[in-house]
Design a protein. Structure first.
Length: 239
């Protein structure tokens, strides 16, 4: 099955994403965050290259990933899933504002290029269940993924993975139950022999969802999987 052709996205005009005000400080802004708040709250900082947790000094891996690395190879995140950044994700997911996801995708592309990361062969969003997709009207991960793919000039496929069953929302479960909740939840739509795939979601917390999805892609022939998420919950390594 060929990758989806990316739909044309509307140009980002002043005020198109936000009603002229920064979500964090209220200053006039053509984007969700003004330059000052973006620099402060989404500033680049040293992070574990496998899971995206902040690290100190010259370390490239956190202690958890040294002992128990996830199935994916690299992680790119914009910032921490904590106040006030969490309000952007909540507004995107539950306030029916998919344009915030496309804005996250643009920022991830800028960070990707500034870090000189290698181009993936395919960008794939973590899928929603049919019920949640109908309730929400869009998949936040796909809004991020298709914007990121357009900026990087590589294909994206919204149907590469499918959700096989509904489950309890991961956010409602304790960390030790999340891996069980998503076990067997995803299936690949086709083979990905030899491809490097970038798996996209909105938030990385325990890593259970991304680990399960990445495992499916690897078992379907992918040579390597990286992950990109808008935000990373701090102090919760993907164990």
């Amino acid at each position: 099955m060929p990758a989806w052709t990316l739909p044309v996205l509307p140009a980002l005009q002043p005020g198109a994403l936000w009603p002229g005000r920064c979500a964090h400080c209220g200053a006039r802004s053509a984007e969700p965050l003004c330059p000052d708040c973006r620099q402060r709250d989404l500033a680049s900082r040293p992070r574990c290259r496998r899971c995206g947790l902040p690290v100190g000094g010259d370390a490239s891996l956190c202690g958890s990933c040294l002992l128990h690395p996830p199935s994916w190879q690299t992680a790119l995140v914009l910032g921490d899933y904590a106040f006030p950044n969490d309000r952007l994700v909540l507004r995107m997911k539950f306030g029916a504002e998919p344009a915030i996801g496309r804005w996250f995708g643009r920022l991830l592309a800028q960070r990707w290029r500034s870090d000189a990361l290698p181009q993936p062969d395919l960008i794939v969003p973590v899928p929603l269940s049919r019920r949640r997709l109908l309730d929400r009207g869009f998949n936040p991960a796909w809004e991020i993924a298709r914007s990121l793919a357009r900026q990087l000039g590589c294909p994206a496929d919204a149907l590469a993975l499918r959700r096989q069953r509904d489950g309890v929302a991961q956010s409602s479960l304790p960390l030790d139950a999340r891996r069980r909740n998503v076990r067997g939840a995803y299936a690949a739509a086709r083979r990905f022999d030899g491809h490097t795939i970038l798996l996209v979601d909105d938030v990385l917390t325990s890593g259970a969802t991304l680990d399960e999805a990445a495992g499916v892609l690897l078992r379907s022939g992918a040579a390597a999987v990286g992950v990109a998420t808008a935000l990373r919950t701090p102090l919760d390594p993907p164990a």
